[in-house]
Design a protein around this ligand. Structure first.
Ligand code: PA5
Length: 452
């Protein structure tokens, strides 16, 4: 179960500079429109967020594929994917580490490459027993340069060892119809799983892109999808103003951004196993909403660690932040602190370590409120596949609702595409659709470097 508490976002707690529940109610028309727009996109099949999790054939295909490789003796899965195409699975691996460690029939050790650092790649692949390794290339477009370039490196390495048998050590997860990976898989008989056409990278935690690696880790992907569907049903059953946490959170972020100049959205996860969730949420937020000169900038922090790193700034720096704290009720393990005999620390005696963590969070909320700095809190009961499914859906719906309020299309990423085009040009690829980038590149290359 996931609980929301917005007390520290509203005027009674933070004073005049805050927003009131009345301000949220004034958004009723916009919120109803947002709900209607998303419903229409769902009905028209444009977005798969709501219905793809129901498609249990996808789960069957994932399991069959993984079991086949498992029975072939594959013990390590090495996943290559950029942005949304790897962050979902990395989030699940981090969050559910305790479950994975305890899983008796663990399928495979799962590694990721979400960058193109040659030293990292070499350091990881040189240690592998290639006979027992499966290389998994995840790319919705099937043509992302970082993934494709690493595919060529791995292919060469595998061919040197296995000749044509290299194909048995590869799997692609990509669009059903188009892209380099899809075509290569079809022409060369490489194992492939599909990513639904109507689910983009950062929403792909509900597709094979994340669920295949998750299953290989030994996670219960049915339970994860049950969590997604449960949250979906709960949220969709409510009207936007009917104690609806997704619409309330989106409204609060929107109002603070548009009316109170809160340009920074702080995602502060309390606990180590929510760390990668924070990275996943930051990417979902940034890439979906950062358009048309709009949107707060998401910033990621980890409590209590970053209380000793960034908190000073959040407390006394510019009044431009809204904080979202995410914590657990039950951390899955606990210690009782025994400070008997240490008078100065008597107040700690018999307290749990998680109690200290959560009280540190409460302390931060109170101190921020005292300085008129808003925040809200999301509490997850405990980490398991189901609750991580719930949490994922809540974020994946909140972002498009906010996108609707900001009048931004949360499902495209034109800025990323532009950066990719420049990189292609610099690597020597030409294309008539790169004409404007080519012009700009020529102009900038004429300007001398200012370097020391
Ligand atoms: O969320 C997104 O859409 C992006 O982060 C993509 O996932 C990323 O650019 C990789 O794209 P692709 O999956 O096409 O390789």
């Amino acid at each position: 179960m996931v609980e929301f508490n917005f007390k520290f976002a509203l005027t009674p707690a933070i004073g005049e500079g805050g927003i009131s529940y009345g301000d949220i109610k004034l958004l009723k028309g916009k919120l109803t429109d947002a709900k209607g727009n998303l419903e229409k996109l769902r009905k028209d099949g444009v977005i798969g967020l709501y219905d793809v999790p129901e498609d249990r054939q996808v789960v069957k295909d994932i399991k069959n594929m993984a079991e086949k490789f498992f029975s072939d003796g594959i013990k390590t899965l090495f996943v290559f994917g950029m942005g949304g195409s790897s962050l979902g699975a990395i989030f699940l691996q981090n969050a559910l580490k305790q479950t994975i460690d305890k899983t008796v029939n663990k399928k495979m050790k799962v590694l990721f490459s979400e960058n193109i650092d040659p030293a990292y790649l070499s350091n990881n692949i040189e240690k592998l027993n290639l006979d027992e390794t499966l290389f998994c290339f995840v790319s919705k477009s099937g043509s992302t340069i970082e993934v494709v370039s690493q595919f060529f490196i791995i292919k060469e390495k595998l061919e040197n060892k296995f000749k044509d048998g290299y194909k048995e050590h590869m799997i692609f997860i990509t669009d059903k119809k188009s892209g380099f990976l899809r075509n290569f898989a079809d022409e060369n008989n490489i194992s492939v799983l599909d990513i639904a056409a109507n689910v983009g990278g950062r929403y792909s935690i509900i597709t094979a892109g994340s669920l295949f690696p998750a299953y290989c880790m030994g996670l219960d992907i049915d339970e994860f999808l049950n969590g997604v569907i449960s949250a979906r049903n709960n949220i969709l059953a409510k009207e936007p103003l009917d104690a609806n946490p997704v619409y309330t959170a989106a409204s609060i972020i929107y109002l603070y951004y548009t009316q109170r100049k809160r340009n920074m959205f702080l995602i502060d996860t309390y606990g180590d196993y929510l760390n990668e969730f924070g990275r996943w949420f930051r990417q979902l937020f940034a890439e979906s909403l950062g358009k048309d000169l709009k949107s707060p900038t998401p910033v990621k922090a980890t409590g209590a660690t970053d209380q000793h790193s960034q908190l000073q700034l959040y407390m006394d720096g510019p009044q431009d932040k809204l904080s979202c704290f995410i914590c657990l009720k039950d951390y899955g393990f606990d210690y009782n602190i025994n400070s008997k005999g240490f008078e100065k620390y008597a107040y700690l005696n018999g307290k749990k370590l998680s109690e200290l963590l959560l009280n540190e969070l409460s302390g931060v909320e109170l101190a921020l409120a005292m300085k008129g700095r808003p925040s809200f809190r999301i509490t997850v009961d405990k980490i398991n596949e189901f609750t991580m499914g719930e949490l994922s859906f809540i974020c994946m719906e909140m972002v498009p609702v906010l996108g609707n309020l900001l009048e931004i299309n949360p499902f495209d990423q034109p800025g990323v595409e532009k950066g990719k085009k420049f990189a292609y040009l610099l690597m020597g690829r030409t294309d008539s659709s790169f004409a404007s980038e080519m012009e700009e590149l020529k102009r900038l290359q004429k300007i001398e470097d200012v370097a020391f």
